[in-house]
Every structure is written in C-alpha cells, then in structure tokens.
Design a protein around this ligand. Structure first.
Ligand code: MGD
Ligand code: MGD
Ligand code: SF4
Ligand code: MO
Length: 689
C-alpha cells in the first residue's frame, strides 16, 4: 500500500509469542512508525506498548553494520571476506563434539531451520539449542509425553468461549497483553477468572479469585485442587474412561492426606475456602481453560508442574473442546517456531527424533548429504554452559545467533567463566550485546523489518514477516549469513537459496505438520495454524479433539508428588527470590532499552518487597538496597508494596546495571534441564555508606 510517498508494509510484531500484526510505515528506506492493521484476528489492530513502538530500535546509531574481529582484545572492523575466512578456518579445525550452536527465537523459521541444518550437516553436531531451554522446555518434554504434542492445545480467540479461565504462573496482562485482552472479553461474557501467583499482578487484579501462593508450591496446589474435586465426585468420568490412562495411580497420589485442603492450605499459603472455590469453579464451569507460563516451568520440578497441570485438565474433561485446554503461553515471537524447526539437541524439524533411523535417513536424502550428526542427542545450552566450566576443553567453539546468555542465563559469574573458557566464539546479532563482548567474531544481522520470513506464534499460527527496508550498512539477514558460511565450508549445493520462500518450501517438505503451507497461502491475514498436513487443509485451531497425539491415542495421567525447590530459605537467606518481567521491557533490554518511549517509562530495575518485610528491615520505598544470594549480590532500588507475598521478593531481569541473574540458581530440572529462575534463597539489606 502506498500513501503520499509512504509505504505501509504489513508484518508481525518481533516481541512476544502473541503474534500481533501491524503496518510498518516506510519512506526513503526508513521506518517512520507503526500503524494498526485491523484484519488479522489475534489483535484486531490493537497493540501493547512494545508493539506500538517496535520501530524505535531499528535505526539506533549503534546497530551493527560491519563484521568485527577481535584483535588483541579490541574489536576491529573487517570485511565479510576476512570474517568468513577466519570462521571457516576455525570451524574446520574442531571435531563435531567440540562445537555447539545456539539458534534464536527472535529470528525467523527459515533462519532457525538453516541453523540446525548447518549444525547437523556442516558441523555434524547435534549440539544445538536455544532459549526455549530457559523457558518452555518442560512444556515440550511433559506435554509431548502425556498428550503427544508439546504445543498450546487451543487458540487465542477460543479463550473467549471459556466459562472459567485458570491462570497459573502467567502474568498475562503484562507479558502477553493482547491475550490478556481476550481474558477481559471472556470475563464480559460471564467467564470466571482465577489467578495463582505469588504477586498481586495486573493479571491477578483482573481475577474474580486470586490465590496468593508461595513460589515453588504449584504441585501441592494442583494436587490439592484435584483432591477436592475427587472427594466431591466432580471429575469427568466419561472423559477419563474413554480418552485417558493412568488414572488410578494419579488418584492414589492426590488422595493422600498430605494433599487435603487443610494440609495444602498451610504449605501454599492460601485459605482453604479459596482453594475449595477454585476447585469447584474449574470442575463445574464446562468448559474451563488453563493458561500457564514461566511460574510453572522455571523450576527444578518444571516437568512435574506441567504434568500436574495436564492431570487437572484431563480430570475435569477439559481437553479437545472449544474454550478448554492446557495453554502454555510461548514467550518469544518465534520460540514455538524455533522448536518446530528442530533447534533442539534431540529432534529435527517437526519433533522427528535424531535417534530414529528413518528420520535420519530422510533428512540425509532431502539435504543431499551422505553423513550428518550421529544419532544421539546433543547437549542442551544449560549443559554446555556447565561443561565449559567443569570440563574445560570439551567444548571449544560456540556459534551464537541472537541470544544474550551473559544476562539471561542463571548465575552470571558462572556464565562469565563459561564464556571465558571458549576457544573461538561467533556472535551474530543486531547489537553488540553483553555476550558479544566475549566473541572473537561479531557478525551484523538484519532485524525483522529488513527481511522476509515466517514465524510461529504461541497458538501455532505461522505468520509472515515482510521486508520493509534494507539492513543498515553491510548487515545481512541471518539466513544469508548461514548459507554463505555453509557454502564456503563446501556445502554450496545444500545451501544455495536465492530467497526465503525457497527455504520455506524445503521446511514444508521435511516437516509433516507444516506440509500444507506455502508463502501464497500465508498471505491471507489469518495465515495458518499447524498441523496443516496438506495443501487443502484449513489448519488446526484445537488439538486432541477426537484422540490425543500419543501412539495409542490416549492422554496419560501421571502421579506427581510435590518437592520443594532446590534451594530453600534459612536464617541467613530468609526471603524467597523470584524473577521475571515488566510490560515495558524485553529480556536483556537490547531492543527496548534502545526505544526512547519505552526507556523513558522505566529506566532501571527494582526489587519488590512486602511492606511488612521492608518495615522489619527498615527499608523505605525507593531506597537503594543490597540483594544477595549464595552466588553474589547486586545493588538495586526497593519497591515497597503490598502486591507481593510476605517472605518473597521479585526482581525483573532486564537491567544490566542490577542483573537479577547474578543471584539466580543454576539448579536444573533433571529432564528438561531448565534452571530454577523462579525460586531461590536471598536476603535484602540496607546499604551502609
Ligand atoms: N513485556 C514483556 N513481555 C514478555 C517478555 C518480556 O521480556 N517482556 N518475555 C516473553 C517470554 S520469552 C516469556 S517466556 C513470557 C513469560 O511470561 P510470564 O511467565 O507471564 O512472565 P514472568 O514474569 O516470567 O512470570 C510470570 C509470573 O509467575 C509468577 N511466579 C513466580 N514464581 C511462581 C511460582 O512458583 N508459581 C507460580 N504459579 N507463579 C510464579 C511471577 O510472580 C509472575 O507474575 O513473556 C513473554 N512476554
Ligand atoms: N532471571 C531470569 N532469567 C531469565 C528468565 C526469567 O524469567 N528470569 N526467562 C528466561 C526466558 S523465558 C528466556 S526466553 C530467555 C531469553 O534470553 P535471550 O534470548 O538471551 O534474551 P534476548 O534479550 O531476547 O536476546 C535476544 C538477542 O537477539 C538479538 N536479536 C534480535 N533480533 C535479531 C535477529 O533478527 N537476528 C539476530 N541474529 N539477532 C537478533 C537481540 O539483540 C538480543 O541480543 O531469558 C531467560 N532468562
Ligand atoms: S502483545 Fe506481544 S505481539 Fe502483541 S504487540 Fe504486544 S509484544 Fe507485540
Ligand atoms: Mo521465554
């Protein structure tokens, strides 16, 4: 569309997994602003503040515009030729097991697909992972096992059909604001909203029933609700009998005395009567939906938490129907896609296992190579970081695309030690991040407005990015950089793409759930939701309607016992620290802190502390305090409030001058390998000057 010399380019928001659409307003190769695009169904032209100002970082003066090579500790501008020559020489010098790649949930499906293809065909390693590990890896592990598919079962619009929405460990109004809007619309249509969170968040404030719980007590809470439902005979026997297995063992566990409401109430810190009300609403509302996010997954018991959530919704027959479901809200704009594309150490695209010989042979055939990475799973990013410190020399080389672990991984002193022990590291980013400082070569990438591609939102909807302007200076799209390096490593035939749609066509060839898609079909403002198995298939809004995606078609109940977090409070560290986000900022701040509007609203971090705890410590609102854990300490402003549970403190992790991750615990879930960002022991002190 062209108006008075201005072009309106339709595209999708680069921030969160909601996947809102808008127009970029372009003139003279510059993005001037953002205008609403009303047709796409998710946001109907509405945007949160990040989407509204998603153009402001694009033309930042400090965008990377040329490759940089570190010489004697200083970054020096280089040509692409020089940078590529060095990278190829180094990559060729390592054995497959000495290399690891990190893909990016900020980049497109095409780019992520190529990154894992590069790792597996060129470097011959399965050591590929990305930030989903820190985020929804328990969802992928647990829901794949119990439902046969790790994705959100229902859709964003579908939430409006619900009669009761149970939000647990998700601050939907701040982290997925345009999904939050659907909660309000559901509420207007009579739905009851329940919110379980240790903080009285903007989401909790919209709820009809707020359950103020301690961090790390979710399984106890969920088992308690199931205990009460079973005690009252409110379970859906028809659904349990025809669609599931494993019920008896699950029932034996939740019916233990330790999960009756009296015991649970004490452990989780919620009045018995509120627990009883929640159980009754969830069981009787028909349909009820459940939404969860990081409050559930970021624990050493993340997988248990997700299985427990699945138990509750199967028990009440709330799967496979409109307005129901287990709805993990995926975080990054394309974290669903980066997982779908196989940027995980154990699967190719479409979750086809690297251990499966048939899948492996198929990949080799379509990729046109005789050899790819072996058939055992590679290392997760959290394992890689540990190995770098514990067994130096085992992994020697890192290729990172669009990730900033030096602020986003737990226990930053540990991360620093890990990055310092890497022999050769490439960081491909749009900015020189805290992590890029450790690199030997930095490659300048194009951002979302400067390339074509697709990305997949939290409800499995595959939507287009459309190129509006050229990248700054000599920056290139990630897909082109990866293809050029592959070409120079001797794989020019396998990476000979001229444009993004050619990569997408290959994705649809190897990935059954995307098989019926192409760029032409995705031009429609509604795009398509996977599974979309053939070219006439309309896409899928609700999963598991007739049967589950498991081998026998049944949903699997699991007996799950509550376990405390890896680190509990004591007299030295008496406060539970939990971490998370603000509506105004994005993760490590590389983009939002370069947006003048967002930065003007919230300039730095804070620690939320309950007024009674603050009073005991003699701390005033706004005062600088020291927060410590067993791993380190930071100085940060206190926000004294009644909107957090007593005994608990909260810090957003966006701000490099007061980084929450100095404090967090690197203890991992044994299956999903996610760190426990949501509960560790801490103390808050006045700073004596
Ligand atoms: N503005 C903004 N939006 C974002 C992001 C961002 O950085 N900024 N990041 C995106 C990404 S990648 C993700 S993964 C999502 C995350 O989205 P959310 O998971 O909604 O966000 P968080 O703030 O990490 O945590 C959610 C809530 O969990 C609560 N919580 C803490 N501990 C526990 C617990 O033990 N149990 C329970 N039940 N709740 C607990 C916290 O108080 C918090 O309110 O947001 C996405 N959206
Ligand atoms: N304490 C604490 N820590 C957490 C969490 C928490 O709740 N608490 N949450 C965790 C979660 S859920 C997540 S998802 C992670 C996120 O962790 P990260 O993914 O490391 O964080 P981001 O800041 O989103 O980093 C994305 C990087 O990509 C770059 N980028 C943007 N667009 C492009 C592009 O098109 N191409 C390339 N090459 N680069 C691009 C950005 O500049 C930035 O450097 O953080 C985790 N860390
Ligand atoms: S809700 Fe998410 S996708 Fe929508 S505008 Fe806000 S950040 Fe962008
Ligand atoms: Mo995330």
């Amino acid at each position: 569309m062209l108006v008075a010399g201005m072009e309106f380019v339709p595209t999708t928001c680069p921030y969160c997994g909601t996947g809102c659409s808008f127009y970029l307003v372009v003139r003279d190769n510059r993005v001037l602003g953002i205008e609403p695009w009303h047709t796409p169904p998710i946001n109907e032209g509405k945007l949160c503040q990040k989407g509204r100002y998603a153009h402001e970082f694009i033309h930042s003066k400090d965008r990377l515009t040329k490759p940089l090579i570190k010489e004697n500790g200083v970054f020096v501008k280089s040509t692409w030729d020089e940078a590529y020559r060095l990278i190829v020489k180094k990559f060729k010098s390592y054995r497959p097991e000495e290399l690891a790649c990190l893909a990016s949930a900020k980049a497109s499906n095409e780019e992520n697909y190529l990154m894992q293809k590069f790792a597996r065909t060129v470097l011959k390693t399965n050591n590929i992972d990305h930030c989903a590990r820190l985020c929804h890896s328990p969802t992928v592990s647990a829901l794949s096992e119990v439902f046969g598919s790790g994705a959100m079962t229902n859709s964003i619009l579908d939430l409006q059909e619900s009669k009761c929405i149970f939000v647990i460990g998700s601050n939907t109004f701040e982290q997925h604001p345009l999904i939050g809007r659907r909660l309000i619309l559901a509420k207007k249509r009579g739905a009851k909203i329940i919110c379980a969170d240790p903080r009285y968040t903007p989401t909790a404030k919209q709820a009809d029933l707020y359950l103020s719980m301690y961090s790390g007590t979710d399984v106890a809470l969920l088992n308690g609700l199931m205990h009460h439902i079973l005690e009252n005979g409110w379970e859906d026997r028809g659904f349990i009998g025809s669609r599931t297995k494993g019920f008896a063992a699950m029932k034996n566990t939740v019916m233990k005395e330790s999960y009756d409401l009296k015991h649970v109430s004490k452990l989780v810190g919620i009045p018995e009567s509120d627990l009883a009300t929640a159980a009754e609403w969830i069981a009787k509302s028909k349909p009820s939906a459940l939404i969860y996010s990081m409050g559930i997954t970021q624990h050493t018991v993340g997988v248990d938490n997700v299985k427990s959530v699945a138990n509750l919704m199967m028990l009440t027959g709330n799967i496979g129907k409109p307005g129901s479901g287990v709805n993990p809200l995926r975080g990054q704009n394309n974290v669903q896609g980066a997982c779908d594309m196989g940027c995980l150490p154990d699967v190719y695209s479409g979750y086809q296992k690297v251990t499966d010989q048939e899948s492996r042979s198929k990949m080799m055939r379509i990729w046109g190579v005789d050899e790819i990475a072996n058939s055992s799973a590679g290392y997760t990013v959290t394992e890689t970081m540990n190995l770098l410190v514990d067994e130096p020399g085992k992994i020697k080389c890192l290729y990172l695309m669009g990730e900033n672990p030096m602020l986003s991984d737990p226990d930053l002193d540990h991360v620093r030690a890990a990055l310092e022990s890497v022999e050769f590291m490439v960081s491909q980013d749009i900015f020189l991040s805290e992590t890029a400082e450790f690199a030997d070569v930095i490659l300048p990438a194009a951002c979302y407005a400067e390339k074509n591609g697709t990305h997949t939102n939290t409800e499995r909807r595959v939507q287009r990015w459309r190129k509006a302007i050229d990248p700054p200076g000599e920056a290139k799209p990630d897909w082109l950089i990866i293809s050029e390096i592959a070409g120079l490593m001797g794989y020019d035939k396998q990476f000979s793409y001229k444009k993004e749609s050619e990569i997408f066509d290959e994705i649809t060839e190897v990935t059954p759930s995307y098989a019926g898609m192409n760029y032409e079909r995705l031009e429609h403002p509604y795009a398509l939701q996977w599974p979309c198995p053939d070219i006439s298939h309309p896409g899928t809004q609700i999963l598991h309607t007739e049967k589950f995606a498991t081998k026998d078609g049944l949903g699997l109940f699991t007996a799950v016992e509550w376990q405390p977090p890896a680190e509990v409070t004591d007299s030295e560290y008496p406060l539970i620290l939990t971490t998370g986000r603000s509506i105004w900022h994005w993760h490590t701040g590389t983009m939002t802190r370069r947006s003048k509007t967002l930065d003007a609203e919230v300039k730095t971090g804070w620690v939320e502390i309950h007024a009674k705890d603050a009073e005991k410590l003699g701390i005033d609102d706004g005062e600088m305090v020291r927060v410590s854990s067993r791993r380190g300490n930071i100085e940060i402003q206190a926000k004294v409030t009644k909107d957090i549970k007593e005994g608990e403190v909260f810090i957003p992790f966006h701000f490099k001058e007061c980084p929450a991750n100095i404090l967090t615990n690197n203890a991992l879930d044994s299956i999903a390998k996610i760190p426990e960002y949501k509960a560790c022991a801490s103390k808050v002190e006045k700073i004596k000057r």
